[in-house]
Design a protein around this ligand. Structure first.
Ligand SMILES: C[S@@+](CC[C@H](N)C(=O)[O-])C[C@H]1O[C@@H](n2cnc3c(N)ncnc32)[C@H](O)[C@@H]1O
Length: 320
């Protein structure tokens, strides 16, 4: 069971209304998707994507049982290929909005066989798309010490990345999530004093980093933001929910750049870039969960929602 985060806020910023086309790029447990489909009604087209084929299979079963609206079209795909999916299936552009609720679902984390969790023992896998070839096992057992340290430092933002990578190399082969978690925890033993930054389990950052590398999460997000923006019709909205600072920074920066009229260097005497504003930012600051939602769903604690609306040519300002 996956509890959708910031559900009301997502619907409000997507401005769900009948007759329009909506796309949920991260269908997961169908929480947001089913409510969007209900709000948009039978006259709308609602599309659900997920890169995890098991997620799409489950949603199709639920649809067959009548638990999920029949006007939802489901596709197994990375959201970085959103344009291709729409083109191949003759759907065209999105008139209502696109939602992405990033990361993994509770169903994926709770299934030990998928290898996402350090709290349950399972194989070192962490692939969202089980048809792809790179798994956590390959990274942990075959990558160099420097490559592993870079992954943990860049994606986990753990300043003890080198010590962890050294310990991983010393203990190879490593086959299970419990084994990896224990190696990471032991390697950090001497850094876990009273003033330690490790208020969560010390393996959290390493697991997050390896998962991000296995699934090339930032690369997918970067491509998605660009493609999703180009698929929106003027007035349609893009809503993104992130769970850590690297993703949030990327979304914030992307929205900012796309909302600018001119991207010439500051000292440029005249504008030569001819940039067109593609987006109007709707959330100056990210929307976060209420304390009631966090009490009910601890996963909502780190969620940040940002939204923007696609602009048309009449929204362009004069170039400076
Ligand atoms: C947090 S869950 C979404 C939960 C969903 N909003 C709900 O309410 O049930 C994230 C989902 O996004 C999927 N996902 C993550 N990255 C993706 C990508 N690049 N392309 C498509 N799906 C992705 C995961 O497989 C997972 O099922």
């Amino acid at each position: 069971m996956h509890l959708p985060v910031l559900l009301e806020e997502s619907l409000e910023y997507l401005k769900v209304e009948p007759g329009k086309t909506y796309l949920d790029a991260t269908a997961g447990g169908g929480g947001h998707l089913s409510v969007i489909a209900k709000g948009a009604g039978e006259s709308s087209t609602v599309i659900g994507l997920d890169r995890d084929v098991h997620v799409i299979d489950q949603l199709k079963i639920r649809q067959g049982l009548g638990d999920l609206s029949s006007n939802i079209r489901l596709f197994h795909s990375n959201f970085s290929d959103i344009k291709g999916v729409l083109e191949e299936n003759g759907i065209g552009t999105i008139s209502g909005g696109i939602l992405a609720d990033l990361g993994v679902s509770s169903m994926q984390i709770d299934n030990a066989e998928r290898g996402f969790s350090f709290q349950q023992d399972g194989p070192l896998d962490m692939r969202m798309d089980t048809t792809s070839s790179l798994s956590a096992h390959t990274i942990v057992n075959e990558f160099s010490e420097k490559e592993i340290a870079d992954i943990i430092f860049n994606y986990g933002e753990d300043r003890h990345a080198r010590a962890i990578a050294k310990a991983i190399l010393r203990n190879r082969p490593i086959d299970s999530t419990a084994q990896l978690a224990s190696i990471v925890t032991k390697s950090l033993g001497r850094f876990q004093g009273k003033n330690s930054k490790y208020n969560k389990n010390p393996a959290t950052r390493t697991f997050q980093a390896i998962r991000m590398a296995v699934n090339e999460e930032l690369l997918s997000l970067e491509k998605f933001l660009e493609e999703a923006t180009s698929c929106l019709e003027p007035g349609a909205r893009l809503v993104v929910i992130t769970f850590h600072s690297l993703e949030d920074r990327m979304v914030k920066q992307f929205f900012r750049t796309k909302s600018l009229q001119c991207i010439c260097p500051p000292r440029h005497p005249v504008c030569t870039c001819n940039t067109r504003r593609a987006l109007q930012i709707l959330t100056k600051k990210p929307i976060v969960a209420s304390s009631q939602e966090i009490d009910f769903n601890s996963r909502a604690r780190s969620a940040k929602l940002r939204a923007a609306e696609k602009l048309d040519d009449s929204n362009q300002l004069d170039h400076p």
